[in-house]
Ligand binder design. Structure first.
Ligand code: ADP
Ligand code: MG
Length: 140
């Protein structure tokens, strides 16, 4: 399996509780390299576009409201099998179902405020990375 990139977001519940470094430590310990990182305030339009796929879900409004409620840290992670590896490190969407040692098990507060986002496929990773980063700002 070749080196791959995935897109990550440290969500507002993470920045609010000063967990940026703690989450990054888990990411790095898992062998994923943070090759780009920026702290931003996501606009309503950016959040709506990013979660477009969930537009018909009952939690869409809540999700967009949450993602724009405070600063987030957008990141590009690089490593072997990075997409699947990061999903493993994040743990299940609902922290109650997340495995021991995962980011969501350790830090997430609820199924909505669940600390991190990670791409679900290499195709989506490329699209998500392109929404927030220029190629020149990713230093592998
Ligand atoms: P994941 O982030 O694990 O890929 P999904 O793509 O299914 O999960 O959902 C995107 C995000 O929407 C979740 O990370 C979470 O913040 C939010 N979400 C998902 N399901 C719910 C729910 N039942 N109630 C509230 N928020 C939810
Ligand atoms: Mg998802």
């Amino acid at each position: 399996m070749a080196t791959e990139r995935t897109f990550s977001i440290l969500k507002p519940d993470a920045t609010a509780r000063n967990l940026t470094g703690a989450v990054n430590a888990v990411i790095e310990a898992a062998g994923l390299r943070i090759v780009a990182q920026r702290r931003i305030r996501m606009s309503d339009a950016q959040a709506k576009k990013f979660y477009e796929i969930h537009a018909e879900r009952p939690f869409y409004g809540e999700l967009v409201g949450f993602m724009t409620s405070g600063p987030v840290v957008v990141q590009v992670l690089e490593g072997e099998n990075a997409v699947a590896r990061y999903r493993e490190v994040m743990g299940a969407t609902n922290p109650a179902q997340a495995a021991e040692g995962t980011i969501r098990k350790q830090f997430a507060q609820s199924v909505g405020e669940n600390t991190v986002h990670g791409s679900d496929s290499p195709e989506n990773a490329a699209l998500e990375i392109a929404q927030f980063f220029d190629d020149k700002d990713i230093v592998g």
